[in-house]
Design a binder for this molecule. Sequence first.
Ligand code: NAD
Ligand SMILES: O=C(O)C(=O)C[C@@H](O)[C@H](O)[C@H](O)COP(=O)(O)O
Ligand code: ZN
Length: 362
Amino acid sequence: MKNLLIETASGSYPVSVGRNIIETELIKQVKVIKPSSILIIADAAVQSLYGERLLNAMSHSYKTEVFVVPSGEENKSFQSFYDIQTLALKLGLDRKSLILAFGGGVIGDLAGFAAATYMRGIPFIQLPTTLLAHDSAVGGKVAINHPEGKNMIGAFHQPRAVIYDLAFLSTLPVHELRSGFAEVIKHGLIGNADFYHWLTSEISVLDDLDDEKLQHMILEGIRVKAAVVKEDEKETGVRAHLNFGHTLGHAIEASEGYGKISHGDGVAIGMLFAIWLSGKIHSLSLPYEKIKNWFKELGFPVEVPENLSADALISRMLKDKKSHSGTITMVLLKTIGAPETSSFERDQLRSLLETWRQEGSV
Ligand SMILES: NC(=O)c1ccc[n+]([C@@H]2O[C@H](COP(=O)([O-])OP(=O)(O)OC[C@H]3O[C@@H](n4cnc5c(N)ncnc54)[C@H](O)[C@@H]3O)[C@@H](O)[C@H]2O)c1
Ligand SMILES: O=C(O)C(=O)C[C@@H](O)[C@H](O)[C@H](O)COP(=O)(O)O
Ligand SMILES: [Zn+2]
């Protein structure tokens, strides 16, 4: 098992990564918190596969209840949030109760937001079960979606611990591994050139990842994120770099309808646009076509869905949280490991987006 420490202005917490560590690590962390009761918020698919195992670990020593959320991005919603708060109130959860988020990023964000707001904030622990959650379980961004935009209603609320049991990842469908791998690539591109080059040389298929490779990419990804979050917990500056690929990615996800395209696939398309644009703005010397081919080989979509107009996407991007004063903020790369934010006027970015789409389809 490997341990990392996440340090933020509002406190530090451990991340443990290993196989079959859930019971021992969770019991250890929960003992420190001494909760009055526990509410497990679990993804439906994860609950049916591993729910009993988690409940057995907790229910002997603590009053424990489970709330199951149907799987899928469309459930990172007001309705799920409301249902969790209603159940918490009916069960009589108090300020010393603990929430366990058991699932991928949807559950981590939703359960974390419920924990951030219930009685103005109760503790929670992240128990991630997807590759993508190496990103979502760390750093304290918690939120639900609104039809008008991704993660628009949220908070910063750090978990007390992150326990990453690799045993759970063995049942993850390959398209979900791919979604998580987009955030792994992002972490390499924005924060660690050696890691990025290791990824490009070692990973061309995702259905035969061994534990060693998986653990390496999870730990390196978290290390990049941890360094950024340590410097800027609440995104007043450099944390925006973690949004590389997201300005367009989030616009695609919201325009298509949540759950139609995975978060990672949206981010992959967004990163390709950002890399192409970085070539125009910062003369970034990365081989765009080679990267695009690597993405294709991995199974990522490499173009914006045809049905989405540049106008509709630009309108979405203007509502992005990084946007201000009628301009759109993009995260671009000067080189690998050197991201920078750049602001664009609406018409300027629309014309660049259209050029990129035309060039991509020739
Ligand atoms: N808070 C953050 O910093 C942050 C960072 C990145 C992404 N996110 C958010 O994370 C979300 C995406 O997370 P995700 O990709 O984990 O999606 P997800 O939580 O929807 O999980 C993906 C799918 O995998 C299934 N699943 C989960 N674990 C499984 C397992 N072990 N075995 C079999 N099936 C399993 C789920 O049922 C679901 O269908 C998005 O909402 C995104 O906005 C947040
Ligand atoms: O932790 C961050 O900061 C990130 O931007 C990580 C992203 O991968 C993640 O998708 C995050 O939820 C995006 O946040 P948002 O504020 O752009 O909604
Ligand atoms: Zn993301």
